[in-house]
Design a protein around this ligand. Sequence first.
Ligand SMILES: Cc1ncc(COP(=O)(O)O)c(C=O)c1O
Length: 377
Amino acid sequence: MTPDDAMDIQMAGPWITEHEEKLVLDALRHGWYGKDAYRYVETFEREFAAYHNREHALMTPNCTTALHLVLAGLGIGEGDEVIAPECTWIGSVAGITYLRAATVFADIDPVHWCLTAETIGAVITPSTKAVIVVDLYGNMPDWYEIISLCAARGIVIIEDAAEALGSRYKGVPAGKFGVASAFSFHRTKTLTTGEGGMLLIDDDALFERCKLLRDHGRAPGTYFNTEVAFKYMPFNLQAALGLAQFQRLDELVDRKRWLWRGYRDRLGDIADLHFNPEPGNVRNGVWNTALVFGPSHGMTRDRAVSELAAMNLPVRPFFHPLSSLPAYPGREPQARTMHPNAYDVSGRGINLPCALNMTEASLDAVAAGVRRLLGRA
Ligand SMILES: Cc1ncc(COP(=O)(O)O)c(C=O)c1O
């Protein structure tokens, strides 16, 4: 099937071709014995690291576990604080809680929706050990400002590039920032293995530590556990799917960018609508096109989601500020004052359908729905 054959509109979903079928079938038939048991995993890891100009890669069951693994590898634990953006998926930060460290939320930028050096600086304390910087929706923060702040304060940066495959900042690929970066290959991502993730690292010692922690605290090929660790091992079939998708990366990212351009072209005549930005120094991989209604529309996230759902259009809310969720009880009152951009932008934003089987006709239908919602049909 090509994307143009699709009949219905889905929020998210992959683009699978005969190439993926071929590699997965090969892994299914031949990927079990001896060196072949991890051949696709090792090839995918090697090629993914090389593309991102990183020394090492570790495939993981998902991005949440990749981030947990690197936080553990860095020795983050009780008494430590880790800064993270208010607006992201909870998988960015769950690992902090798993390790009994404290999650400290920081505000986002009103234009690119990511952390800034200023918002990070506002919440640094003597206990701050690390910051997880998220390339939200494929958007890129002002990376070098964040890097100089953290270098000066001795804070480790981890890049959550789960949504940023194919994005670039000043020519540098998303995934090359910080001591480590993590990607998601969830069913809804640009490149999918169903569930899956990748941790990229340059430092040899951190890589060896994370590799040991990934497989029950044992050196490969041994049955001698030096500590109780995790079982976050990847699987050859998933890696075969991932490698096949990776070999089609340009095509997949181009399709995501085509969707983003399609929405902007269809709605560009309406003032005060804001989509994923792409300033001159950024190439945006646009995992998902988000739409933030400018204040002049008087439109809220919740109203937009429910009215578009009533038109059978499967939109989703912009990421909630994590401090507003029951998962982080008691945080909201203070965070609302301290992190105004996160609450403001999230309250006006939605995610538009961006499945890789979307067609011109489905873009037309979603754009027409947004026009009706705004009384601009
Ligand atoms: C920014 C971000 N971080 C982390 C995750 C977690 O990824 P996974 O579902 O692969 O654990 C996601 C996925 O949804 C995400 O969007």
